[in-house]
Design a protein around this ligand. Structure first.
Ligand SMILES: NC(=O)c1ccc[n+]([C@@H]2O[C@H](COP(=O)([O-])OP(=O)(O)OC[C@H]3O[C@@H](n4cnc5c(N)ncnc54)[C@H](OP(=O)(O)O)[C@@H]3O)[C@@H](O)[C@H]2O)c1
Length: 259
């Protein structure tokens, strides 16, 4: 793969594990200067050691993306240390079941804060600078779950749909200003998040393969980045399927972390 991110500054939220971690390692290997953030400082520290041992450039910031001030301060601090960000990848996310009895309203709030508002706060931290420079790339990691409300996962699907719609709108706002917006829709990727799933996960990919697919297509600055494409087709069919079919065939079962 051509080193298209060489010397670029890329900030990533949710880089302590899974897709975000794999993106950080792959970007640093291409010669990007990476700023990595998450809540678990120890995991960020070991990621930074791995990247530096391989000759890469990395800085870390421990923060909770559900906290607006912490996210603004943390990402601005990374930009001070690494240089103005060319790309921000708002990838941090959480997933937990949201049935209807009980409703798990606290879970809906958590997923709205992290999966949706966490993206907005990360963009807020870097967008004024990108607008002033007339260049930049905002990337949000949504999910195929944004395409269809799935039983047992109302809170996750709704938060991801919010991210997708937000990106779609600001993509149009920002188009004349030189700032691109990409919304990424992964299918199933093997990470700590999906390790707790007990339902079938068709076309499951590794985090490294998922990150490679994102980085292969990101330089084209697409508005929408779906992978794998077969999963996108399945979700399009799911949207057309009657509720009784979905009810019989699909039930998202994840282990409740609070249980
Ligand atoms: N895996 C899949 O099949 C799949 C499919 C579609 C979409 N996605 C999306 O892909 C993204 C990455 O997920 P993953 O599968 O790689 O899961 P993961 O391994 O659990 O990684 C989630 C990352 O988000 C961080 N995070 C969670 N809550 C946070 C918070 N409040 N503040 C800051 N960071 C936070 C975690 O770090 P800390 O816990 O250290 O904070 C971790 O680094 C998520 O947005 C997820 O919804 C995943």
């Amino acid at each position: 793969m051509a080193p298209t991110f060489r010397d670029k500054t890329v900030l990533i939220t949710g880089a302590s594990s899974g897709i975000g971690r794999a993106l950080a390692v792959a970007l640093a290997a291409q010669g990007a200067k990476v700023g990595v953030t998450a809540r678990r400082a120890e995991l960020l520290k070991s990621l930074a050691e791995e990247i530096r041992a391989a000759g890469g450039t990395v800085e870390t910031a421990t923060l909770d993306v559900g906290d607006r001030v912490a996210t603004l301060d943390g990402l601005k601090n990374l930009a001070d240390r690494l240089g103005p960000p060319d790309v921000v990848i708002a990838n941090a996310g959480v997933s937990e079941p949201t049935g209807v009895e009980p409703m798990n309203v606290p879970g809906v709030v958590r997923m709205s804060n992290v999966n949706y508002l966490g993206v907005v706060y990360a963009f807020e931290a870097v967008l004024p600078g990108m607008l002033a420079r007339g260049s930049g790339h905002l990337v949000a990691v949504s999910s195929m779950a944004a395409y269809k409300g799935l039983p047992g996962a109302a809170g996750y699907c709704a938060a991801k749909a919010a991210v997708s719609t937000y990106c779609e709108a600001i993509r149009i706002d920002l188009w004349p200003r030189g700032v691109a917006v990409t919304c990424v829709y992964p299918g199933f990727v093997g990470t700590p998040m999906t390790a707790k799933n007990s339902h079938p996960m068709p076309w499951l990919m590794t985090a490294d393969a998922g990150a490679a697919e994102i980085l292969r297509r990101l330089p084209g600055r697409p508005g929408v980045l779906n992978f794998p494409r077969r999963m996108r087709l399945l979700m399009a069919l799911a949207r057309l399927a009657p509720d009784r079919f979905i009810r019989k065939r699909i039930r998202v079962k994840v282990i409740d972390p609070a249980a």
